[in-house]
Design a protein around this ligand. Structure first.
Ligand code: GTP
Length: 868
């Protein structure tokens, strides 16, 4: 666009190239390409929502490209807009000067007049020279039916004229420029492009594949240094596309070719499947990219229906002979390989999540379910939490974002960047119909999820496959081990219908003949798998593991082994707790079983476990929380304990065969073992490797004021959603006038003590957990502490008390205590007629270890015990 602006005292016309970048994570590749053509970026932040995960990602892309960044706080017209909070976030997260931020409303037009002048004043002009040899960067390309391939280019040096002969630095191919111009925003022919300008060229390229994004183009007669360019777009999600009707293959081929003309980032290779016939394996940048492609494909009028297989990610399998196999299609992975498998690796991503602090617990649970490893956790301000996770790409390819949005009422923002491959325990899960593997349904899953996925898949398939005249056996298998099986019985014709009474041998003969026929049909008959089965398969593989898990507790009377099952009440998002107040002082035994609504019981643990004693009805809630904490902890950290026989199945190949299933006498055996749900079989802990500085968790300033101490080698500490929920249950400390810092410390340490973390230094846990027990003003206080100033719990505790329990309050309290003590001692002594020793009730000591006691707000010499 052209803009007139007063520059050096006179009105000057400026040509500005504005590039709108996509907001979705899948297209961050396009954002980085656009940034390469720019000298500055407008970082637009919603005044009501504040900094989002995409803002963080895009800021760093612009920052790393050395661009001038102008923060723009938009939507200030909204009633919930809070520009000051957003300014503070920009300062704390990116060190951007709040006074540089422009306040705008695109709706009302308020403040928009400042934007273009700021662009001209703050963003430098392009650095290229018109007199240098011509070089230009190819930014993008698309196919136009009339003009052919149109390339978007940025002229870095020199000038380009219509009719010039240009050459690609990547391929050496030469072209003649038949048209050149700018986007205004339509294509406007100018006949020339000068250094610094962004525009388009038409040069007779036959397909977009020739236009390599990131390529340097130059005049054929000159020798130049190629520009740095970009890494090629990396396809991260692969899916097979097959025509539902085999005769549509050519139509599908044509439709895919047409679509890829305008989207060179889709990779396409032909493949064939015994179940689905000829088709294509396509690679996409991400899930949205894949969805958009699928939808466009379905809109192609010539196609009736397209079957898309489950999306998968590229895995690497390493064998004992040193060979490596990159697998984009699970069917291509040998189920019984010739050489021994030595390692499997899967791609991971670094996910950035920003959420309101109220949703921290559910989000941590979700990430743990998806095998995420927490790398960073902090607060942007008093209301928003910032988290970084390393997650297997496979776990986010389907439905992660949707689920994240739904558990956070739509407030979460999420972004990710590719990270390294990491070792993982992966297995190929085959689906067999009458002993024949269905290659399109093969999938690669984490070993801990294989049994669940296998069971659910065969159950679903049983529902969706039509019954035939012969029996269909549906099996899920890992290698040669069958881990789940369902049988779809044959439809049966009454072959005896025509026999009116009569000879039993003839009837038996007819039945035998029918049986033989069915056996033969089973061998030769084919089974149709409807598209719904593929959809269901997708849902099963990525559905939450823990949906609808019900929890059941039992009480045990002291000295009495009778167990009583008691009433249930909904306890949290995915659990039901069986609890009643009627039995004071009975031991509360932990989760011997789970239950689905109306379905039979399934076991979580072989052994009940004492988790506490109910003293008063109101304690039931606390104990329930502790019970849940304990359950989570066991599920989180103690996979080696094999408390669940089903979990044993997952680790022991022998047990994968249902025939080998162990059952124990003292377990309440479910009436119907068909129910596939097991409670939390593969829940993963959020691992903080505190002694590992790889992720910068303990690096300087990484956790603000706090530097947690290193752990002994091999020790690990897990922050679970339960810990956070317990902290919330007890109440966060907000620093309000009525809040009691001592009581908060007591509660906090009580909760901390309910978690057993052998081998982990107390300091490490306390320093990690304590910030999570704060809110509002207290978080602001924590953020204002000198960075890296706190290395031990006592320091933090003292700083906390100093801030929220100032000396004046201590003096007042001490006077009160002394007055109270004097009056008690006087009245007691009077009543028994003698001098007696009196001890302050050690109300805090019985819950806290001595080391954990908060310093008392009284004089040291009077502390704890007083004397008559
Ligand atoms: N109230 C209000 N709404 C706005 C304002 N600016 C944009 N919107 C609304 O915000 C929504 C998103 O606007 P877009 O311009 O599509 O945002 P974007 O960042 O380009 O979105 P993507 O590039 O698709 O990620 C639309 O519904 C707009 O109407 C504003 O100043 N005030």
């Amino acid at each position: 666009m052209f803009h007139r602006h007063k520059f050096l005292g006179s009105d000057t016309n400026f040509l500005l190239n504005l590039i709108d970048t996509p907001g979705h994570v899948d297209f961050s590749y396009e954002v980085s390409r656009s940034l390469a053509a720019c000298q500055g970026a407008l970082l637009v932040v919603d005044a009501a929502q504040g900094v989002q995960a995409q803002t963080v990602a895009n800021f760093y892309l612009a920052f790393e490209s050395n661009l001038a960044i102008i923060p723009v706080i938009n939507k200030i017209d909204q009633p919930t807009a809070d520009p000051d909070r957003v300014k503070a976030q920009l300062k704390s997260m990116f060190d951007l000067d709040p006074s540089d931020a422009l306040l705008t409303s695109a709706k009302t037009g308020h403040g928009l007049e400042q934007v273009l002048p700021a662009v001209i004043d703050r963003i430098p002009p392009p650095p290229g020279k018109s007199t240098s040899p011509f070089r230009m960067l190819l930014l993008d390309s698309y196919y136009d039916e009339y003009k052919g391939v149109i390339c978007h280019v940025a002229i870095v040096d020199g000038a380009l004229h219509k009719g010039d002969k240009i050459c690609s630095a990547a391929t050496g191919q030469s072209y003649e420029v038949s048209d050149v111009g700018i986007m205004h925003p339509e294509l406007v022919t100018t006949g020339i492009l000068l250094a610094g300008q962004v525009g388009y060229i038409v040069s007779g390229m036959r397909s977009t594949k020739e236009a390599r994004v990131g390529d340097t183009l130059h005049h054929t007669r000159t020798v130049i240094h190629p520009l740095p360019g970009f890494k090629p777009a990396k396809q991260m999600v692969f899916s097979g596309l097959y025509p539902a009707d085999g005769s549509d293959f050519e139509a599908l081929n044509h439709a895919i070719e047409r679509l890829t003309c305008n989207d060179a980032s889709v990779s396409v290779t032909k493949e064939s499947s015994t179940a689905l016939g000829l088709g294509f394996r396509c690679g996409f940048l991400g899930l949205l990219h894949m969805d958009v492609f699928h939808q466009r494909l379905e809109q192609a009028r010539s196609l009736t229906h397209v079957i898309s297989t489950v999306p998968t990610v590229p895995y690497i399998f390493e064998y004992s002979n040193g060979s490596k196999l990159q697998v984009q299609n699970p069917a291509a992975l040998p189920s019984n390989p010739k050489y021994q498998l030595v390692a499997c690796r899967e791609p991971t991503v670094i996910a950035t999540i920003i959420i309101p602090s109220d949703y921290v617990g559910p989000v941590i649970t979700l990430c743990a379910e998806r095998r995420g490893e927490q790398l960073e956790y902090s607060f942007i301000d008093s209301q928003r939490a910032f988290m970084k996770y390393r997650m297997p790409l496979r776990e986010i390819v389907v439905d992660f974002y949707n689920e994240l949005k739904s558990i956070t009422s739509g407030y979460a923002s999420f972004d990710y960047e590719d990270s390294e491959y990491q070792a993982s325990d992966l297995v190929k899960l085959d689906i067999l119909l009458n002993g024949q593997p269905v290659d399109a349904m093969a999938t690669i899953v984490h070993k801990s999820k294989a049994l669940r996925v296998g069971r659910e898949l065969v159950e679903k398939l049983k529902k969706f496959i039509d019954r035939q005249m012969f029996e269909i056996i549906i099996q899920a298998a890992i290698g040669s081990k069958v881990i789940a099986r369902e049988t779809l019985s044959a439809m049966r014709k009454n072959v005896l219908a025509k026999c009116y009474g009569g000879d039993v041998t003839r009837k038996r003969k007819l039945l035998e003949k029918q049986k033989e026929g069915k056996k033969r049909m089973k061998r030769v008959g084919s089974v149709d798998i409807p598209q719904e089965a593929f959809h269901e398969l997708l849902k099963v593989m990525f559905r939450k593991v823990y949906e609808d898990v019900h929890l059941k507790l039992t009480y045990r009377k002291p000295f009495n082994e009778d167990r009583i099952h008691i009433l249930a009440s909904k306890f949290c998002r995915d659990m039901w707790l069986v609890l009643t107040h009627m039995l004071p002082l009975w031991e509360l035994l932990c989760m011997p079983s789970t239950q689905r609504s109306g379905a039979p019981l399934l076991l979580i643990y072989l052994k009940s476990q004492l988790i506490g004693i109910i003293i008063e009805p109101q304690d039931a809630e606390t104990l329930a929380a502790l019970a849940r904490a304990q359950l989570n902890q066991q599920n989180d950290g103690q996979q080696a304990c094999h408390p669940n026989p089903d979990d044993d199945d997952l680790r022991d190949d022998d047990l994968l065969d249902p025939a080998n299933r162990r059952r124990t006498e003292n377990i309440a055996v479910p009436m119907n073992r068909n129910c596939p749900f097991r409670a939390r079989p593969d829940r993963q802990a959020v691992q903080f490797e505190l002694n590992n500085d790889k992720y910068g968790m303990d690096g300087v300033g990484a956790t603000g004021a706090i530097i947690p101490p290193p752990l002994s080698p091999g020790a690990k500490f897990n922050i679970t959603s339960t810990m956070i929920e317990l902290l919330h249950l007890k109440g966060l400390f907000g620093g309000l006038p009525g809040d009691d810092p001592y009581m908060h410390l007591v509660n906090f340490v009580t909760i901390y003590k309910s978690f057993d973390n052998p081998g982990v230094v107390q300091n490490a846990i306390l320093l990690r957990l304590f910030p999570l027990s704060l809110s509002g003003e207290a978080i602001l206080w924590l953020n204002e502490l000198t960075p890296d100033s706190t290395t031990i719990w006592r320091q933090l505790k003292e700083a906390f008390l100093e801030r929220f329990f100032p000396p004046s309050r201590s003096v007042h309290l001490r006077d009160e205590i002394n007055n109270f003590r004097d009056s008690v001692v006087a009245s007691s002594a009077a009543s028994v007629g003698m001098t007696m020793e009196y001890s302050m009730p050690p109300c805090r000591d019985f819950v806290l270890g001595v080391d954990d006691l908060p310093p008392q707000p009284i004089d040291p010499e009077n502390e704890g015990v007083s004397h008559a």
